[in-house]
Design a binder for this molecule. Structure first.
Ligand SMILES: C=C(O[C@@H]1C=C(C(=O)O)C=C[C@H]1O)C(=O)O
Length: 158
């Protein structure tokens, strides 16, 4: 991986904040692609150490700058761990801006993939995922960087 991409892919602070800074002058927006209850995919359940038949709250978004998607993300929060968090009320507000306000937030190591997002048609160089926990609440956040971001920031292809 190029150093330029490494600084994006390995970053452990809020991607929302980083995108807003990098997008100088462009308008940031979370576009909600879908949310609701459903069964996680097998690899998602595995990452969360969740039995396969359990329901989770699923949320898919595109993180856009000037309406162009730079990152697509899919988040999976096991229902049993939701603990009254009203995540469906987030709407088009960033999950990250809520998560990073939680004082006891923990983040697992970040796993990286070069395979494209299994939930979205747009291509890109890298994807990553990690699990955030605060208290008993857990959410798997999967983020895929898109070719639009590569082009607009003049980043190397990988
Ligand atoms: C986890 C973060 O939140 C971002 C916002 C998301 C959302 O609103 O659904 C999803 C993934 C993230 O890229 C972050 O800012 O780091």
């Amino acid at each position: 991986m190029s150093p330029a991409w490494w600084s994006w892919v390995a970053s452990r602070d809020s991607l929302t904040s980083r995108l807003i800074s990098a997008g100088t002058g462009r308008t940031f927006r979370v576009r909600l692609l879908g949310q609701g209850l459903g069964k996680p995919r097998a690899d998602e359940a595995h990452a969360l150490r969740l039995p396969l038949d359990r329901l989770a709250w699923l949320r898919e978004v595109a993180l856009c700058l000037d309406e162009r998607p730079w990152v697509v993300a899919r988040s999976v929060a096991p229902l049993a761990h939701l603990r009254g968090q009203r995540l469906e009320r987030l709407g088009e507000r960033s999950l990250g801006s809520w998560l990073f306000r939680q004082p006891d937030l923990e983040r697992s190591p970040i796993e990286v993939t070069a395979t494209p997002a299994p939930f979205h048609p747009l291509a890109g160089p890298w994807g990553r995922r990690s699990v955030f926990r605060h208290g008993r609440f857990a959410v798997l956040v999967q983020e895929f960087f898109l070719d639009t971001m590569t082009d607009e920031l003049g980043l190397p292809s990988r």
